[in-house]
Design a protein around this ligand. Sequence first.
Ligand SMILES: Nc1ncnc2c1ncn2[C@@H]1O[C@H](COP(=O)(O)OP(=O)(O)O)[C@@H](O)[C@H]1O
Ligand SMILES: [Mg+2]
Length: 463
Amino acid sequence: MSALQLVQMKLDRRIGTQLGGYRIVEPLGEGATSVVYRAEHVRLGRQAALKLLTPALGEADFRERFLRESQLAASLDHPSIVPIYDAGEEGEVLYIAMACVDGVDLKTLLASEGRLPLRRTLRIVGQVGSALDAAHARGLVHRDVKPANVLVGDDDRAFLSDFGVAKRLGTNGTTRTGSFVGTTEYCAPEQIEGRPVDGRADVYALACVLYECLAGTPPFHRPSELAVLNAHLHAPPPKLTKAAPELPAALEPVISKALSKSPLDRYPTCGELVAAARAAAAEPRIHRRRLAVSLSILLLCALAGAAVALTVRSLAFGGDHHAAARPPASPPPRVQPAPAPPLDAIMIKSRDGRTLNDVAFNLLKARQWKRALPFARKAVRRAKSGTLTRAYATFNLGYALYELGRCRESLVPLRRALKLEPKWEGPYIRPWINRAKECVRRGAIVPAPSPSSGGQRVPSPAP
Ligand SMILES: Nc1ncnc2c1ncn2[C@@H]1O[C@H](COP(=O)(O)OP(=O)(O)O)[C@@H](O)[C@H]1O
Ligand SMILES: [Mg+2]
């Protein structure tokens, strides 16, 4: 404890007094309109966090709302929701007793550690999202999801607090909208406008928290509160990769969707937001693609090996290998199985964009342009729009067409790939566009041989 806190403790006349059956031990923190103490239940000796609020004059229904919402919050039983022990009023003061979380709140964590790594962020945000979905299923909207209300304990266990603590007008960063307020930095447009809110307002706020963990500042951070509110209402969602260029570009559309101005355009649940963010985080990056390629090669080699083995066997035993394989006391002859379809015919059945693109990539690498083409084409169709896979498959399609001498056709996907792929890929893609243009200009049927050190999609041999 700092010297300042010690002085504050001495000045705080509440320390050592009792309230609602709790003895107040020390301050834990302060909000805009509340103060939280570590406390101990006098009879049971149980530790608790005791939050005190003093309703302002003229807020006649504040007490009722506070007690009603506290009851609802106490009915929530979820591993990531701070359990409520008790709520009530004593004199002028409203109090809520809850489990005391050993750890720091996310606001303090971000202030001390700065931006958090993607995996850690998703771990924390994932827990909060699941707590919110559980609350929404019970008809309770949090309305004030923000880093200060996320407590992070050992092993990054996250707890969401302040369910049902009715929010009032505050001076630093809170604003009144209808009966409730949310902190401006995380406040959904419909909440600002005083329209009815549902769980999707929390989805929006959670996306703001997700963005802040990754970028270091909330998405609509502005110098004044008014400017922040205006940005929530009118500004497009900021580009996450501008603030954190090392993050997968596939996160961009996820954040944008969750920060849609209209709740109708957002993810309907926090779980869906978190799942989409996890999927985007798992998108292979450029350097990861070698792994996918190696796996594809292994698969192809295994299948090719099996084919060779079958051929050898059929040569060794002659045409009637079924008879040769039959045990002496043979069962009645079975129907001869149909010959296995060629490998490409099996692989093209895949409906997974990434698998299809991996095959296309692998075939391109082996300079099998014609075989690669249907895989690249289908990969473009099957990969979800906005994903890196879609972008890479689009390039691969253009690349295959170019190598097949279909230069004019190749220009369309190559140009599209330039738009879809992250900016830093531009220098790799543009030379191919130029080559295709040059080929069109020359009216060439067969393109100029591609340089051996070409684009990154024709990699040098794997290490
Ligand atoms: N259950 C709790 N356990 C431990 N610390 C808490 C708990 N609830 C709140 N705190 C601390 O008290 C601080 C003030 O909380 P609060 O009054 O809710 O204001 P705000 O959420 O606006 O910061 C929090 O930021 C947190 O550090
Ligand atoms: Mg709080």
